[in-house]
Design a binder for this molecule. Sequence first.
Ligand SMILES: [Zn+2]
Length: 518
Amino acid sequence: MRQIISLALLQALMLIPLKAAPLCAQSPSAKELLDDAAKAMGGLQALKALKNQVIESEGKQFDSSSTSRPGGPTRQISTIRTTLTRDLAQPRLKMGYEGKSLLARQAIPWVEIIDGEVGFLREGAGADAKQSRLHPARLATRMREEKRAAAKIILIALGQKNLRRLADGELDGRPQRVVAFVENGDEFRVYLDAKTKLPSQVEIMEDDPLEGDSRFTLRYSDWRKVDGVMLPFGLRTELNGKPLQEEQIKSVRNNVALAADVFSVPQAIRDQKVDAKPIASQWLLRRVAGNVGYADLGRNPPVEIVPMAEGVYRFQGSSHNTIVVEMRDYLVAVEGPLYEERTAAVVKAIKERFPAKPIRYVIPTHHHLDHAGGIRAFMAEGAIVIVPFVATEFYARVAKAPHTLRPDSLEKKGHAVVIESYGGGYLALTDGNQRVEIYPLPVPHAEDFQVIYLPRAKIMIEADHVSPRGGQVRTAPAVGEFVQAVDKLNLDIQTVAGIHGDSATMQAVRAAAKSGQK
Ligand SMILES: [Zn+2]
């Protein structure tokens, strides 16, 4: 059974009213409101007297993207403990992190040290610890988070020339005054409680690959007085209202006599080259929370074309691939991963390699952030999105999400997107020569999971279960789950091709599944 829906883009643009209400000369002014907030926190002098802080906290991290159901309920992924040493006078900090993952993936302890423009990352503990220069985007993201530290935000806001007052708001039934400023291209919106005058939350307006124009929020709660300054002991970050992290602060020490080398970055690390742009992004923080990679963010994405069989090509990236099947009159692409910058480069490479054929279909393996995040670059090409019924609404939302803050290719082209969904069996595309069969695969990883079978080459394309490296297959429970589910399809599979990694023989996959059971 098939169903085709076509979405006109423009009708949806009004869904999320992100544009602030028109500003009018309200009284009191933005500056006066911030002065009141400083007073409520203990006074400007007391805030300025804070030179450093050592903060210990415990918390939880959440994920609302890599869920089983598309758009499905947010789940907790880890418990965390952090120790943060921040310099309030200079851009320096040290963040120690210990996580306990609730999923199979191990959370690795890490330490970040930032000294101005350069940062240091130690991952792991003891002799196995890995040391590297902190990715410029991770550094930029951390330092942007520092601006929202309660001890800093009022002083930072007061120093902005473009400070303005927005329309009043409400949070949990409490009236809020809202002031905003733009720094480094990011709009910050500071909510101040009308009664207590204390800051309630700070939103940063940011683009998200799937959700579009987004509110990345830090909420403060549990205010307590420390050394004459009011500080929040409850911190919670959210993306569009969905929780990312909750922290309960256990202790705050102000103006500590710090050791001289607390923020020191080894010379060997300083000498390491960096080539990525310093893009501050909530996306990166979510990748760090999930203990997964983000190395290509802000880099020119590498695209290597690897022929796999007649008419089958892997457009390889450093972490995620797109697999292209050449039909007589058109192309079929499997996966638009990561984000616009990655998939747009893949689309460009496909068009250069096959200038005469349109990309007619794009087939995402499942809705997870890193697998679907670039799909809008294919939507912008007019590719029809093929998904199981369960994912129709999800991709319709992705197609309609306004991306005005950082317009991507679909936002710029602004044309209709067609989603073809199916159920009750598999779906096949054929030109009499090459055939592409798309099967829903019932696995715990995602309810909308699909595998793509190419009968001519006997290739099965999959994501996140096998992920072969150099033809080798790891022994993980997911490999067994894959084999069990795929065997029920009764297909003649010779090769398993990963969206991650490369390819392996089905024999090697079976062997790994077997030894994983022992
Ligand atoms: Zn996944």
